[in-house]
Design a protein around this ligand. Sequence first.
Ligand SMILES: C[S@@+](CC[C@H](N)C(=O)[O-])C[C@H]1O[C@@H](n2cnc3c(N)ncnc32)[C@H](O)[C@@H]1O
Length: 241
Amino acid sequence: MTGKLHQQRQTWDEKPVLRAIYGDYYRRIVAACRPGRTLEVGGGSGNLKALLPDVVSSDIVVLPWLDVAADAQALPFAPAVFANIVAVDVLHHIERPVRFLREAERLLQPGGRLVLLEPAITPLSHPFYHRFHPEPVDMAADPLADGPLSPDRDPFDANQAVASLLVRRHAAALAEAVPGLRLSQARYLSLLAYPLSGGFRPWSLIPAALVPAALWVERGLEPVLGRLMGFRLLLVLDRAG
Ligand SMILES: C[S@@+](CC[C@H](N)C(=O)[O-])C[C@H]1O[C@@H](n2cnc3c(N)ncnc32)[C@H](O)[C@@H]1O
């Protein structure tokens, strides 16, 4: 398990194209955050601390570069202590996402923000994620279902569809299940550069030098084509005051 995260950290260090694309993600995430203390959940290979001051980084796995080992479904903090909670590519790995959302509701200060970056399942991305990504895409799942937790679950087990399901099919149920959080932004990103980069795979079809231009083109296309072609979804949920 930790081997996979150490390997991801090495890929991060060795793949400039990945850093250029994630740099854009992190800039958008930081821009969505409120001033104040931030909790990063599922920090994994861990990069948010380099960009945002006052971050507590956590993961269910013990990693030497993170601050706290904790399950997102039962976080060891007092209520209303964080201005932001950030989770990059984590929600779809959590066994019971609704438990994490309720923890975010508990831990965020009034006006605080939960910022999530997740895979987006769109007409273009769906076949790619389904055929070329090892994690499943289950559009029939209920992302708000609660129930017992499996003690032997691998933290990399996943359903890549969780965020898309929450936004597209379960938004009303989300508002009911977690009334203290209000979905304020759902932006579809990554039409070109991310799929061409291969993500954390060793290959890339785009050189790092072309990433800024590709991202500039993407920004213009996102509002029109994001829902059809986006590979990523940036969600912001506001904690009610
Ligand atoms: C795909 S990695 C993403 C890591 C990092 N955020 C990044 O963007 O590189 C998913 C992370 O979620 C963590 N994770 C999975 N289930 C979790 C849970 N229930 N609570 C906290 N972290 C969890 C995994 O250990 C892993 O580090």
